[in-house]
Design a protein around this ligand. Structure first.
Ligand SMILES: Cc1ncc(COP(=O)(O)O)c(C=O)c1O
Length: 387
């Protein structure tokens, strides 16, 4: 196995205004979804090259930017994307917010699987649309789709938000599942947003199916971003894609009106560098993440911890069933932080009924993973800390 990239490198992000690492020196964060690894050298060099130009005025998106996505999705996922389907946006969340405003009306229903990425709920609620939750079935520590509930939920909606791969449960949707969702949306004339920001994190098992690979549904809108895989969220660079040029015009106008459709001087060149040079990085990163996941699983088993990691094929976010210890994830996470200085996300964030889970970000060096293991073991097993 090659080792061009050193994911073991210890990088202290505590004093650099990082959201995730806004903690004290003796505290450790496994919370929000970014990574504690160095970015690829090519990204850094592209930023320095831009910085050296030293006039940072308004910028347009050049064709090479979209061509980089097109090439990446073709070579890795055998998916054909066309340049005139693309729009630039400063972030996936900004796009979703803007698209909701433009394609739905106040009080419309917007459906999504539950649990789900908490910010989707905010985007729906803040725009005064109604959240329609479609709970996954959960049995024997496995999630599955309840198709009756999908039909019911989508039939009451104007839009369905798919998170593929899914945050927080780490599921990749199969071709058949995507086609079935699309069919139900078609039947009820419902828009689909497919947020594919976690696309490239797949533990090298190649199971991510781009929605645009399998469907040309005219109301399908896809969001892509290099933010997660290349750890460049703060460069504010993402795209919205739809083959339907009528809908594209509406969305594009919306992105401009909302002032989220224009790149910064640092949003374009580094991303081109990432996609043009990132193949090997992605393979090594996925291997490292997989090893982190295996390490945790084995540690839990060896030490008799009754924490159940939900099987996932994607995302560096582990969704862990804590029901053997607690059904109050807020209390659990607060105590874990107060007593053992380990910060993780409470399952309740990903909606009401998921308080028997925590979400743990494993995109960090092995030392931190070991620290996490030791502290959570201490927290769970030490008599005085028992919940
Ligand atoms: C599913 C999903 N979509 C969007 C985002 C945020 O994307 P952005 O920073 O581009 O708004 C995240 C971040 O965790 C996410 O998990």
């Amino acid at each position: 196995m090659g080792s061009k990239y050193n994911f073991d490198k210890i990088i202290d992000r505590r004093h650099i205004d990082s959201y995730k690492w806004n903690v004290k020196d003796n505290e450790y964060s496994f919370s929000i979804a970014d990574m504690d690894f160095d970015v690829m050298l090519e990204i850094k060099e592209a930023i320095i090259k831009q910085a050296n130009i030293s006039t940072y005025g308004y910028t347009y998106v050049n064709d090479k930017y979209y061509e980089a996505y097109i090439k990446w999705w073709k070579s890795r996922y055998d998916t054909t994307l066309k340049k005139d389907w693309f729009m630039f946006s400063i972030s996936v969340v900004a796009s979703i917010d803007s698209v909701i405003k433009r394609l739905t009306k106040i009080n419309d229903g917007i459906s999504l699987f539950s649990p789900n990425y908490n910010v989707f709920y905010n985007c729906i609620n803040n725009n005064h649309r109604n959240v329609i939750e479609i709970p996954f079935d959960y049995k024997d520590y496995k999630y599955s789709i309840n198709w009756d509930l999908v039909e019911q939920g989508i039939s009451k909606s104007k839009m369905f938000i798919l998170c593929n791969p899914h945050n927080p449960i780490g599921r990749q949707f199969s071709e058949n599942e995507i086609l079935r969702i699309v069919d139900i949306c078609k039947k009820h004339n419902v828009y689909i947003i497919s947020d594919e920001i976690h696309a490239d994190i797949d533990y090298n098992e190649s199971r991510y199916v781009p929605a645009l690979k399998v469907s040309d549904y005219e109301k399908l809108i896809v969001m892509l971003s290099p933010g997660k895989i290349f750890n460049v969220a703060a460069l504010h660079s993402s795209v919205v894609i739809t083959p339907n040029l009528e809908i594209k015009n509406i969305i594009e106008k919306g992105l401009q009106e909302d002032d989220v459709g224009e790149p910064s001087f640092f949003s374009i060149a580094p991303i081109i560098a990432a996609y043009e040079n990132g193949e090997e990085y992605v393979i090594e990163l996925n291997d490292y993440l997989k090893q982190n996941r295996t390490f945790l699983k084995e540690f839990f088993d060896k030490n008799g911890l009754k924490l159940r990691i939900i099987d996932n094929n994607s995302t560096y976010l582990l969704w862990i069933d804590i029901s053997a210890y607690s059904s109050n994830s807020e209390e659990f996470t607060n105590q874990l932080f107060t007593k053992n200085h380990i910060l993780v996300c409470s399952g309740k964030n990903y909606h009401e009924h998921h308080s028997s889970f925590i979400r743990v970000n494993i995109a960090t060096n092995r030392n931190n993973i070991i620290k996490f293991c030791e502290e959570i073991k201490d927290f769970l097993l030490k008599g005085e800390n028992k919940l």
